[in-house]
Design a protein around this ligand. Structure first.
Ligand code: GDP
Length: 363
């Protein structure tokens, strides 16, 4: 499942946001979540398609796709040098798929800003610098080992590639650039760096924590979007997110609408996270459960089956497939079949988001 690490300076609203995302009372009834550790929360992604499917199939349970959020203590300037303390915090997000930076835009005289006044551009720079320094530290530690491995396994082409990628990565980082931007540009094969769990290889998503009355300020949003482009920007008010988490679906929709918003922070983060990482969901449904499964865009039917169980992939025969819209249009699986909307897809079939699937397989 998609995992997102939350970073940012202290007092920008990270904990407020994390708590809102992971302690959602309204969702809890239908969407299970679990707090694995105090700073790790698994959250069901709101998906109205599942409610519709559960209605059509009489499903007893809904199991949504999930996003795992990992919160770390605030990063301050110099965190990467701080006797390994900063780096220990950063270790919590080494395994995540993407890094979400929370940036403070809200003004509040009662909440001090660690660097004085509000300045998104400076704060982003501070955080990026610490992430870059942390990666440089990791590389400094790893390089002697990597070059020894490359030397002693001279025939092992892969060890040589890892070493070369690590050396190239050091250069990019030394120029003050994160690897996600500078890496591909500098011709580094990022896949070779995977074993090092570097932070700036991961895509960044920027969350701006705004004052409530700034939420609908298009000019401000455009300015901040531009600041982080081509990365994605999300705009929310962490305090509103905390309120949304206490409301039921209808009340939450009403509150959002009154603020000129259409999506909660969780929905935005899930949508942007899935898009940034090239993920999509397909659906299965029956009397037991209606369920969303996370797969890569471009995944084939057997690969999609493998997410349910490796046996499904190995013994894959066919995927009985109908698009969500066609199924809903027909009203039932039987009607969709009668209308010729249900296809038998084979091994080469490339999945679409919202495919409703039943796999046929040999065990
Ligand atoms: P963290 O240090 O980044 O985890 O920040 P916290 O979530 O603990 O928030 C720090 C303080 O800012 C708390 O008093 C929050 O209530 C407050 N705060 C968080 N988000 C907002 C916001 O959107 N608007 C305002 N006015 N205050 C906020």
């Amino acid at each position: 499942s998609l995992s997102i690490g939350i970073v940012g300076l202290p007092n920008v609203g990270k904990s407020t946001l994390f708590n809102a995302l992971t302690k959602n009372d309204a969702l809890a009834a239908n969407y299970p979540f679990a707090t694995i550790e105090p700073n790790v929360g698994v959250v069901g992604v709101p998906d109205t398609r599942l409610d519709t499917l559960a209605g059509i199939f009489g499903s007893a349970k809904i199991i949504p796709a999930t996003v795992t959020f990992v919160d770390i203590a605030g990063i301050v300037r110099g965190a990467s040098e701080g006797e390994g303390l900063g780096n220990k915090f950063l270790a919590n997000i080494r395994e995540t798929d993407a890094i979400c930076q929370v940036i403070r835009e809200f003004e509040d005289p009662d909440v001090t800003h660690v660097d004085g006044e509000i300045d998104a551009s400076r704060d982003i720079e501070t955080i990026n610098t610490e992430l870059i320094l942390a990666d440089l530290q990791t590389l400094e530690k790893a390089l002697p080992r990597l070059s020894k491995e490359a030397r002693t396994n001279a025939k092992d082409k892969e060890r040589k590639q890892v070493l070369e990628a690590a050396e190239a990565a050091s250069q990019v980082l030394n120029e003050g650039k994160p690897l996600s931007s500078g890496g591909p540009a500098a011709g580094i094969e990022l896949a070779h760096l995977r074993e090092l769990n570097l932070l700036t290889v991961k895509p960044f998503i920027y969350v701006f924590n705004l004052d409530t009355d700034e939420l609908a300020d298009e000019a401000l949003r455009a300015k901040l979007s531009e600041l982080v482009a081509p990365a994605e920007a999300i705009f929310l008010d962490a305090k509103i997110e905390a309120e949304l988490a206490e409301l039921d679906d209808d009340e939450a929709a009403e509150l959002l609408e009154s603020l000129g918003q259409t999506e909660s922070g969780l929905a935005q983060l899930a949508r942007v996270g899935f898009a940034t990482l090239g993920l999509q969901t397909y659906l299965t449904a029956g009397p037991k459960e209606a369920r969303a499964w996370t797969i890569d865009k471009g995944a084939t039917a057997p690969e999609a089956a493998g997410v349910i169980h490796t046996d499904f992939q190995r013994g894959f025969i066919k995927a009985e497939t109908v698009s969500f819209d066609d199924l809903v249009g027909a009203g039932s699986m039987q009607a969709a079949k009668a209308a010729g909307k249900v296809r038998m897809e084979g091994k080469e079939y490339v999945m679409n988001d919202g495919d409703v699937v039943e796999f046929r397989f040999n065990v």
